[in-house]
Design a protein around this ligand. Sequence first.
Ligand code: ZN
Length: 311
Amino acid sequence: MSDSREQRKARRERKERAYKRKRRRLLGLLILIVILLAAALIVVNLVQGHLEKVHRASVESFLEIDDEIQAGMAGGIVKILNVPARDELKTVTDENGETVLEHPEDLWVLVNKEFHLPSNYEPADLVQVSVPFAPGRSLDVQRMRPVASDALTQMFDAAKEEQGYELYAASGYRSYDVQKVLFNQNVARFGSEESANYLSARAGQSEHQTGLAMDLTVPSLNYQLKYDFESTPEGQWVAENSWRFGFIVRYKKDKTAFTGYSFEPWHVRYVGTDLAKYLNENDLTLEEYYGFSAKYSDHGAELIPDNQSYE
Ligand SMILES: [Zn+2]
């Protein structure tokens, strides 16, 4: 009996040892699993962090590229079209305390009731324009700056070649002093400075002093400057085609609040082909292009089209 008890005891002890071994192994396995899990977690975290960093970097570089594209597009209009930046319009105070344009020789210059030319400004490069002129016009007003003169000749040639139209020039460059006399004549004619100034510029405020403007006419209007020029085939052709040669019809019918002047279908101004094309495509006056709002009322509205000749 005692033997069997001993045997039982020995068996129990073996069992207990085996059980303890198993428990140790299980515990070891558990610890290993925990360690492996922790390691896996760390690895996942590291990978995730890295991926986030890569993603952020790619987003940032995309935003940078996007900024570059945006800036490129904004500057692109100016670069591709070769049109002026709008802040290029600079004024200075002259010796008489007058605010005048710093660069009156600029082909893109804005001359109007607000931006004035210096009284002593005369373009240094005026040339005689070789297109037909209305009879009785002095040689002095048959001048323009070369770039505008060449473009005007091309436009007259094209009108003739494409349509058989005979355009005539009437008045190009006018000095400050000539404009002063002309304005005073218009004051006498229209009864007040305000009325005269709706159709005629004061000295220093006329585009004709830049040597870049020309008034046009046709024989059917007796070589005069009339609103009717608008409805002549030649006038319509000029309105539709002058931009091709770098000219704009400067004072449009529906833009008087921007320009401050009555409709003048006969007055073209050279601004270069790029800017002329841009203004034509976007139906803009120079004032609008430079960011000025409609600030002129229709004072002088009594000067409605009456088919008189204006100057
Ligand atoms: Zn004119």
